[in-house]
Design a binder for this molecule. Structure first.
Ligand SMILES: NC(=O)c1ccc[n+]([C@@H]2O[C@H](COP(=O)([O-])OP(=O)(O)OC[C@H]3O[C@@H](n4cnc5c(N)ncnc54)[C@H](OP(=O)(O)O)[C@@H]3O)[C@@H](O)[C@H]2O)c1
Length: 398
C-alpha cells in the first residue's frame, strides 16, 4: 500500500464533457477518486457526487442524474487525507499468446506497477486500442516482448496520482495523455494501459488538451505520433502533395488532418472503400479514391509522398513523383519506400496540443463508439476486422 495527498483532486477531474465524438451510449461505469465519485449515466452524461465528511450526504450534479457511488471513500485514508494506492488492481491480462477470446482475462489481482524515479503513476480513465496490441498478443513480436503475463495497452488518458522522485513536469492531479511505450516493439511495458493504473516515464506524456474528454484524448497518442513522425521523416512540407492509403483508419485519418493543418499540404488524396469516401472529404481530402473501384497506381495523378497505412508499398512506388517517397507502416517495403517504428514523445503531443485545443485537428472515434471496460474482447474483435473508422477506445476504465 502506498499513499499520497488527495486534497489536490477536484470535482473537475475525470468528468468528461459530452457529447463525445461519435460516442455510444453503452457506457456505465465509474472512476473512483478520493472522496469524489464520478460516473457516466446510461445516456452518456457525466455526473458526480461529493461526499460530505460528516453527514455522508451527496450534492452536486452535472447532468441529469447523480450516479451513486457506494464506496468511493474507501480509497482515502480518512485520518491522513491521503489517497491510498492499492497494491493490486483490476486489469486485463493474457498469460499466453493467442486470439482475444481465448487468452484475455479480466483479473482483479494484478500488481499496481512500481513508480520509478522518472515515472508518473496514472489512474487510467480511458485507453485506446492499436493494431500493435493484437499483433503483440498474437505473438508476432515475441523476440523483443516483455515477459508474460501482460497487461496490453499503449494509449492512455488519465490522472497523475503519484510522481517519481525526479519528476519535474507533472504533479498529482494533472490530467495527462500519452503512449506509454517509447519504442512500440522494443521491450514494451508489462503493465499497459488496459487496467486501473499504469506507470509511465514523464517524457512520454503531455497535459491533456483542455477541450477533450478522456475518451477523445486516449484515442490520439500512438496514432497521431505515428502520423507526425512519418510526415516528418518523409520531409513533407508546404506545397507538397500526398496520397494516404487507408485514410479512414486510426493513423490515416490523422495523417490527412496533420498534412493539411500542420504541414501545409497542397493536395491531399486518400483511399477507402465506397462508404467512407464522404468521411475522407470531411477530413480535408481533395481527392477521395474508392479502392474497390479504382487502382490508385493506375491513375494519372502522382504525389510527392505516399503515406501507406495498408501495406501496399509495391503499388505506392508507382504513384510517386520523381524524388518522392513512400512511408510504409506495415507490409513489405519496396525502395524508395521506407519503414519506421513510432517513437513515443510527450513533447510532440504538447506541440500538437494547440491544434487540438483550437479544434483544427479532431480526434476521430469509430461510430461504434467507445467500448466499456468489460467489452475488451469484443472491441479487439472489431479492431481486428481492419474496418474501424478512426479509433477504438475503451472508456471509462473503472
Ligand atoms: N510502424 C509503426 O510505427 C506503426 C504505427 C501505427 C500503426 N502501424 C500499422 O499501420 C497499420 C494501420 O494502422 P491503423 O491504426 O490506422 O489501423 P486501423 O485503424 O485498424 O485501419 C483500419 C482502416 O484501414 C482501412 N483499409 C483497410 N484495407 C484498406 C485498403 N486496401 N485500402 C484502403 N484502406 C483500407 C479501412 O477502411 P475500409 O473499411 O474503407 O477498407 C479502415 O478504415 C496497421 O498495420 C498498424 O499495425 C504501424
Amino acid at each position: 500500500m502506498d499513499t499520497f495527498a488527495a486534497t489536490t483532486i477536484t470535482a473537475r477531474t475525470c468528468i468528461n464533457s459530452f457529447p463525445r465524438a461519435g460516442g455510444a451510449d453503452d457506457v456505465q461505469s465509474h472512476v473512483k477518486f478520493g472522496k469524489i465519485g464520478f460516473g457516466w449515466n446510461q445516456r452518456g452524461q457525466s455526473s458526480y457526487k461529493l461526499r460530505h465528511k460528516s453527514s455522508n450526504r451527496t450534492r452536486g450534479s452535472r447532468g441529469v442524474s447523480v450516479y451513486a457511488m457506494a464506496d468511493s471513500a474507501a480509497a482515502v485514508d480518512q485520518k491522513t487525507e491521503k489517497f491510498v494506492v492499492p497494491s493490486v488492481q483490476k486489469a486485463w491480462i493474457y498469460k499466453e499468446y493467442g486470439a482475444a477470446k481465448d487468452v484475455l482475462q479480466l483479473d482483479d489481482g494484478v500488481p499496481v506497477p512500481e513508480v520509478k524515479e522518472d515515472q508518473v503513476l496514472i489512474k487510467v480513465c480511458a485507453a485506446a486500442l492499436n493494431p500493435v496490441d493484437f499483433k503483440r498478443r498474437q505473438g508476432k513480436f515475441k523476440a523483443t516482448d516483455s515477459p508474460l503475463p501482460t497487461v496490453p495497452g499503449y494509449d492512455v488518458a488519465g490522472i497523475v496520482i503519484k510522481v517519481g522522485s525526479k519528476v519535474e513536469g507533472f504533479k498529482e492531479g494533472d490530467e495527462v495523455y500519452g503512449d506509454i511505450n517509447e519504442k512500440a516493439l522494443d521491450n514494451p511495458k508489462q503493465y499497459g494501459s488496459l487496467g486501473e493504473y499504469t506507470a509511465v516515464e514523464e517524457k512520454l506524456v503531455a497535459l491533456k488538451p483542455k477541450n477533450l474528454d478522456f475518451t477523445q484524448a486516449a484515442s490520439l497518442p500512438l496514432a497521431i505520433l505515428t502520423a507526425y513522425e512519418g510526415l516528418e521523416r518523409a520531409g513533407f512540407g508546404p506545397g507538397k502533395s500526398i496520397l494516404v492509403l487507408g485514410g479512414a483508419g486510426g493513423v490515416g485519418s490523422l495523417v490527412i488532418q496533420l498534412a493539411r493543418k500542420v504541414f501545409g499540404a497542397s493536395t491531399i488524396a486518400a483511399t477507402s472503400s465506397t462508404g467512407k469516401l464522404e468521411f475522407l472529404k470531411s477530413l480535408g481530402t481533395d481527392i477521395s479514391i474508392d479502392y474497390t473501384k479504382q487502382n490508385f497506381e493506375e491513375l494519372p495523378e502522382k504525389y510527392d509522398v505516399i503515406y501507406d497505412a495498408v501495406g501496399q508499398c509495391d503499388k505506392a512506388v508507382k504513384a510517386i513523383k520523381g524524388g518522392g517517397s513512400v512511408v510504409a507502416l506495415t507490409g513489405a517495403v519496396t525502395p524508395p519506400g521506407f519503414r519506421f517504428v513510432v517513437t513515443s514523445n510527450g513533447s510532440v503531443l504538447s506541440k500538437l496540443n494547440p491544434y487540438l485545443e483550437s479544434g483544427e485537428i479532431k480526434p476521430i472515434i469509430d461510430p461504434k463508439g467507445s467500448f466499456s471496460f468489460s467489452q475488451l474482447v469484443e472491441a479487439f474483435s472489431y479492431l481486428e476486422t481492419c474496418r474501424a473508422t478512426g479509433k477504438v477506445v475503451i472508456s471509462p476504465i473503472p
